[in-house]
Structure formats: C-alpha cells, structure tokens
Design a protein around this ligand. Structure first.
Ligand SMILES: [Zn+2]
Length: 63
C-alpha cells in the first residue's frame, strides 16, 4: 500500500508542519486551509484564521 502525503506548513507561525494525505485529513487534525488553498494554518494558529464555522472564531488562549 502506497500513501502519498503532502506537507502542510503553517503560514502563520512558520514553525509547524504536518503531513497529511489530503485536505480532509488535515482539517480533521485541526488544520485550517484557506478557501483558495494557498494558506495553511496549524491547529494552534487556526483559531486566529477561522472566519466561519460553528459558533464562529474563538480567540486562542495563550498559556
Ligand atoms: Zn502555526
């Protein structure tokens, strides 16, 4: 079985990257993908970039 993974690098902190088979998997892991698919945000930065969704964006709590 061969799985191809794509690297998603966070466009916010540029420190975190994840490897996922596709966008669906990345989203399932908490990543946010911009609708033009040019930007990716790691789960830690994602709350700062979510514009839509259940209950809207929640600010990230530091610490
Ligand atoms: Zn990040």
């Amino acid at each position: 079985m061969k799985l191809k993974f794509k690297v998603y690098e966070c466009d916010d902190c540029h420190k975190r990257a994840g490897e996922f088979a596709d966008d669906k998997e990345a989203r399932a892991a908490g990543w946010v993908i911009s609708h033009d698919r040019k930007k990716f945000y790691c789960p830690r930065c994602a709350p700062n970039h979510k514009h839509t969704g259940r209950g809207g964006a929640k600010p990230y709590k530091a610490g």
